[in-house]
Design a binder for this molecule. Structure first.
Ligand SMILES: Cc1cc2nc3c(=O)[nH]c(=O)nc-3n(C[C@H](O)[C@H](O)[C@H](O)COP(=O)(O)OP(=O)(O)OC[C@H]3O[C@@H](n4cnc5c(N)ncnc54)[C@H](O)[C@@H]3O)c2cc1C
Length: 291
């Protein structure tokens, strides 16, 4: 959403013809508020999308459609995008389809996803500051998350969920930072109202927690495979410094391209790619001009 909307804004202001095709199902839809985006801190995600679309309205060369791209292919000198029964031809494509965030398989987590169960302390840590917090995972990321939480709360526990994969030096680092470690398998997350209240363990013990932070898995868009661009081991699209993928004419921006996932970063990447696309169009011999 922020990557695609921002790119459309930049290209619209340069009077480029743009089809903005958006399935309207962005990553942060379950969230109550977007944080850390200057000028919009605390805004409901739906408001951010609405304002973004409203601000595109004056740029009449941008055709915004709430529509899912069902398939895409590389053609001679461009791309074909399948939307419903229609095929849209494009000289350039900016893939800003985001990633599907998949929380760990803990019973009850779906009920409190973005309501106490969070993927990012930068996005949601402030809202649970000074409250009992937990990080999840017996790996480098679990340790990293737990350490990040220590600036938000003096009561942090790392839950390894039955995994004894922590190295002795990781345990020492955690204990040194005042972080407790609980190694029992988790049975479920319990909620009060729509918020996380406590973690219940398989041995019957419970731990009252206002926030549980975890590293989600990420599922990329099938369009990446269809368009044949190179990805790294994490499934992220490989891009150059201006958003070009390994496929000529195909650019990418936002969550689909990086492990650093945030609204401001996606918006910046969309803007950067739009500058590059516009420059390529401007330098194209015989490029069609609007107006
Ligand atoms: C629960 C949650 C809370 C978050 N909170 C924050 C926060 O507070 N602050 C922050 O900075 N970041 C936050 N993030 C991260 C942030 O949402 C993402 O980094 C950002 O939205 C990425 O922008 P994007 O444009 O790359 O992708 P997205 O925002 O995910 O947008 C991708 C868009 O592409 C569309 N799409 C996908 N496939 C197709 C298709 N085939 N056809 C048409 N459209 C398609 C989707 O419908 C969607 O609208 C949060 C993430 C989550 C999951």
């Amino acid at each position: 959403m922020p990557a695609g909307l921002t790119a459309a804004l930049v290209l619209g202001r340069m009077r480029r013809r743009v089809a903005l095709l958006d399935g309207d199902d962005p990553a942060h839809a379950p969230s109550e508020a977007v944080h850390g985006f200057l000028g919009h801190d605390g805004a409901p995600p739906a408001d951010l999308r609405r304002i973004g679309r409203e601000q595109l309205a004056p740029y009449t060369s941008v055709d915004t459609r709430m529509a899912e791209v069902g398939g895409a292919s590389v053609e001679d000198g461009g791309f074909s995008l399948h939307v419903g029964g229609e095929v849209i031809a494009a000289a350039f494509v900016l893939l800003a389809a985001g990633m599907r965030y998949r929380p760990p398989a803990i019973d009850g987590i779906d009920r409190v996803w973005a309501r106490g169960a969070y993927h990012c302390p930068y996005c949601h840590g402030w809202e649970v500051r000074n409250l009992p917090l937990a990080a999840h995972g017996a790996d480098e990321m679990g340790v990293h998350l737990a350490l990040l939480l220590t600036s938000l709360s003096g009561d942090v526990v790392l839950l390894t969920d039955g995994d004894d994969g922590l190295a002795p030096e990781q345990k020492a680092e955690l204990l040194d930072a005042g972080i407790a470690i609980r190694e029992q398998p988790i049975a479920r997350l319990e909620s009060e109202g729509d918020r996380l209240a406590r973690v219940a363990f398989a041995d019957g013990a419970t731990e009252e927690r206002a926030g549980l932070f975890f590293a989600p898995a990420f599922d990329p868009s099938p369009l990446i495979v269809e368009l044949g661009c190179e990805t790294d081991d994490s499934g992220a699209i490989v891009i150059d410094s201006e958003g070009r993928t390994s496929v000529p004419g195909l650019f990418a921006a936002g969550d689909a391209t990086t492990e650093k996932k945030a609204v401001v970063l996606a918006a910046a990447a969309g803007s950067r790619a739009a500058y590059a696309i516009n420059a390529e169009l401007a330098h194209r011999r015989g490029a069609a001009r609007i107006g």
